[in-house]
Structures are given as C-alpha cells and as structure tokens.
Design a protein around this ligand. Sequence first.
Ligand SMILES: Nc1nc2c(ncn2[C@@H]2O[C@H](COP(=O)(O)OP(=O)(O)O)[C@@H](O)[C@H]2O)c(=O)[nH]1
Ligand SMILES: [Mg+2]
Length: 459
Amino acid sequence: MKVYSGSEIRNVALVGHNDTGKTTIVSQLLFNSGGTTRLGRIEDGTTTTDFDQDEIERKHSISAAVAYAEWKNTKINLLDTPGFGIFLMETRSALRVADSAAVVVSGVTAVEVTTEKVWKYADEFELPRMIIINKMDRERASFSRTLEALQKKFGKNVVPIHLPIGEEKDFNGVIDLVSMKAYKYATDGSGKFDATDIPADMKSDADDWREKLIEKVAEGDDTLMERFFEQGGLSQEELIDGLKREIGHHQIFPVVLDSASHNIGGHPILDAIAALLPSPDEAKTIEGRNAKGEKITFERRAEAFPSALVFKTFSDPFSGRVSLFRVFSGTFKSDTSYWNTTKDHEERVGKLQLLQGKQQVPIPELRAGDIGAVAKLKDVHTGETLAAKDHPISLDHIRYPEPAISFAIEGKARGDEDKIGAALARIIEEDPTITFGRDEQTKEFLIGGQGQLHVEIVV
Ligand SMILES: Nc1nc2c(ncn2[C@@H]2O[C@H](COP(=O)(O)OP(=O)(O)O)[C@@H](O)[C@H]2O)c(=O)[nH]1
Ligand SMILES: [Mg+2]
C-alpha cells in the first residue's frame, strides 16, 4: 500500500438524510475504483461501511465508518455517516476530521430534515461541499425539481456540473459539464461505461448549462471576469482552476448525479472529488492548544510536529479496541511512542492501519492529512489528541450534547451493579454521548443517551 501525502488526499464526509444512499454510494465508489471486487448492497448486508451486526440487521448506518478509494493517484477517504437524528454526533465527529462534505439527497425527496441539519454543520465546520443527487433511477426522480428545491433552500451557489441522460428508469448516464463528455452506463450494474460526445438532442441544453457554470466561476474573480469578456469564455484550465477556487470559498456547491444501487454515475463523481474538492494541505496552518491550554496555530506539513485527533473508537472481535484518528500535522509511524496531550501520559502506538470498513490494511506511516487507525491503545479515547512529548499540542474535538433521555437500570442479582458499571464504562469509551450516573435520591442507576433507540442499540 502506497503512503499518500497532503495534496494526494481528499477527506470527504458523506452526510445527509437517512436512506438517501450514502452507504451505497461509498460501496459504489470503492467498487468503481477497484478497491472491492463486488458492488456491496444494503439488502444483502454486504456494504463496506455498514459492517456492524446492528447495522446489517436494521439496514441503517448507526455509526461513522471509513473507507478509501484510490483514484488517479489520489487517495479519497470516504467517511460514511448516519442520517438519523439520534446518531448525528457521529456525523459531526466525521465532519470535524473531513476537508469537505458530500451532501447526499434523493432525487425523489430532495431537501429533508437532516439535509438542512448537516448543511448547518458543514457551515459550522466551514467545509466546502458537493451535492450528490442520488436515486436518479427511481420513479418520480427529477433533476430539475430537486435542483430547484436545493437552490431555494441553499441559494444560487448550488450549481450543477452534471446533467442526467434519461430519468427515472431510463436514467443511464450523465453529461459532465466540465469535460463536456457524455458517460453512458451499462444497465447491468457493472459500472461499465462509454465516454462519448454529447447526444445531439442534449447539446444545446448542455451548452446553456456550461455557459451558466462558466459565468458563475468568472463572477468570483475580477481578472477571470475580464478574461471572460475578452475571450468570450474561459479556457478549460481557467474553468477548472476557477471552479476549484470557488468551491473552496463556498461560492459554488457543485451538483453531481448518481444511481448508486444501479452503479450509474460513479466515475465522474470520483473525478470531481479528485479534481475539485480541497486536499488537506490547502490550508497551511491549523489551530490547536499548547500545554497551557492557550490557542495556537501550527504547521500542517508532514515534516511538522505530529498531531492526531482520535475521532472514533470501536470494538473489533479480533483486534479489540480500534481507535480511528486523523493526522492533522506531521507523520505518525508504527511502533512508536507518542504523548496523549489530553491526559498527559505516554502512549505506545503499535501497527498503523488504514480501514476499509472493518478490514484493516497495514501501513508503515501516516502523513499529515490522512486518516487511519490503530488497535489496542492503552488509554486513549475519542476526542483525545496524540502528539510528540516535547511538543504537546492538542486539538479541540466537538462538544457532546447533554443526554436527551435517561433510563433507570437495575441488575438482576445483588452485586450486578459492579458488572453493569464496568460494561457501561466500556460503552462510554466508544460512545461519549452515553452517560451513566446514580440518582442520589432514589439510588437508581441512570443511563442517558440521545434517544430510546440510541440507548437500546448501544447497551
Ligand atoms: N433505487 C435506488 N435505490 C437506492 C439507490 N441508492 C441506494 N438505494 C437504496 O436505498 C436504501 C438506503 O440506502 P443506504 O445506502 O443505506 O442509504 P443511507 O441511509 O443514506 O446510507 C437501500 O435500500 C439502498 O439499496 C439508488 O441510487 N437507487
Ligand atoms: Mg448509511
């Protein structure tokens, strides 16, 4: 496995309402990039990122998961997230370590409750975003209606870079308004496609949309605007550079189209992520805190002092506790000691890995910007920072909400309280939104969480 660095990495969190196809899209992109040998399906329990037994049985993501697609010399880290209100802390956690968000909507239902929520989160984390209109194959799916709804809610910076070829059951490909190519897909789910000229009956439509895109890009920059008027347009290079810049400044939210379950539209999405979304090294510095807790900025480069934020922890039946982290600066190496700057103690880091869902891929080192995992850390939990002992910087993690609901629990036999306490301590290590305490008056043990389903699933 190649070790990737800054400019070759994209960290994209797929966020959106439940059931819009995020988990299926991740499986589709992995399959299309050659990272998996079959198209994982929710219905068969074979997706890469819904690997937890509860997720397979319920057919819903309840926890964030990471996978990566290697595409044209770029490593695209895909953070799949839950779309259910009660699990949105996982989604926020993933956004904290992403450099961009892919907001997924269904071409049938367009903007939903969670779409608006995750949009606000992306604002809060100042993330550039792309919008994927998925399920274009579905009955009553509509590009124009969905685009209108998106623009109404999120403004005129929502700009398509794809047009659909066919709609509903006839959806069979997309026109890419940047390359001005048509990608027509096989209908067998293989993801095989032909890159052809734009069909004659769509040419004038495509020209119009491209013109709108170019104008929007030119608007963002005075010199580009001048060039636009001088030349009557922009060169391909000016368009791509300008588009990338406008996306980076939240002036354009590019819209792409997909049918993840039918595997139509995956390749141009991979292209757009690699070509247009920001890499981790776009910003040169990063904010953190020094040993006194004061805010500082420091360099992100792979050669800088190391810092990594643990944004998730889960239990694996074989490896035990696995900590997922993003390297924000410097380089982390396997079998090396680092400093837990949140708790002020040394921590031995064993074998570093990349995660493809639950599958672990060994890697000798992880460089600034990348996301990886390590098993069996002794005392490091979600939200804590690993850094160098002589340069103990720490990174802020998201704040967790107060529990929305709590239940009293009791053991069956005397003395069970100890066992319950130990089990809950383990759960809280993985999910800090679960709380546990004792009501002083009733002496009952109380367990708190974000909702009944949340507490049921984790306990
Ligand atoms: N028709 C159709 N169904 C899809 C598509 N993408 C996903 N699905 C189905 O929609 C359901 C939800 O998909 P899932 O990936 O779990 O959505 P998530 O909740 O956003 O992660 C599953 O039954 C998928 O098989 C699509 O493009 N077209
Ligand atoms: Mg999902």
